[in-house]
Design a binder for this molecule. Sequence first.
Ligand code: HEM
Length: 201
Amino acid sequence: MAEMVRKSSADEILNHWILAVSCILLIITGFAFLFQMESVGSVFGGFNTMKTVHNWGGVIFSLSLLYSMRHYLKDAFEYDADDRQWFKVAGGYLSKNVKVPPMGKYNPGQKLYYLAILLAGIAISLSGFGIWLMKENATVMLLSHLVHNVAFIIFVIAVPVHIYLSTLANPGTFRIMVSGTLPLETAKKKYPKWMKAAGKM
Ligand code: HEM
């Protein structure tokens, strides 16, 4: 049997699923509020219950987002010369004729994706609590609605791209979010600097 290496710990896998499921639930219910989609509302037993689900889903999402810092924040702030070169060749996504530099545990696209989710996530959570709990303050309501909608647009663009890149576009990646492991040979090819640092090559 192929030797495996662990990329994600058990608590990272669990937290990612909590983050993903709560985020997708919030996006679906958020869309339904925005466009007054009665059919989606009826799945939750009406808009009032859907609002309760959205609010408490937001609490779960916020806690999960805070916990995710433990897994990704340090890496997301570290960029070396190879990472800078990765930006210059656009990660190799736009042309087959460029040389993609060797990568560590996460590529710069993933690191920036994390920072975007973290910042937009903090903004959408704080503004969500503003809308939920500070109804009597007109200024807070106005600002919160603005921030909530702008952050929502970021999520609606970034999350589908992330799901596509983690599944169809890069076969074999999805299993990391299920089992946390991948074959050593694959890891050596995809993340050579991480494997070198771990003493595996
Ligand atoms: C449901 C479909 C999803 C799938 C299949 C998926 C898959 C993955 C995979 C495989 C990784 C690890 C990448 C690696 O180690 O190479 C990852 C990381 C991550 N996921 Fe997801 N994910 C999904 C949904 C979400 C959602 C909805 C969010 C929204 C907040 C999210 C946020 C993140 C973050 C912040 C990371 C760490 C940074 C990164 O690797 O880009 N994921 N995901």
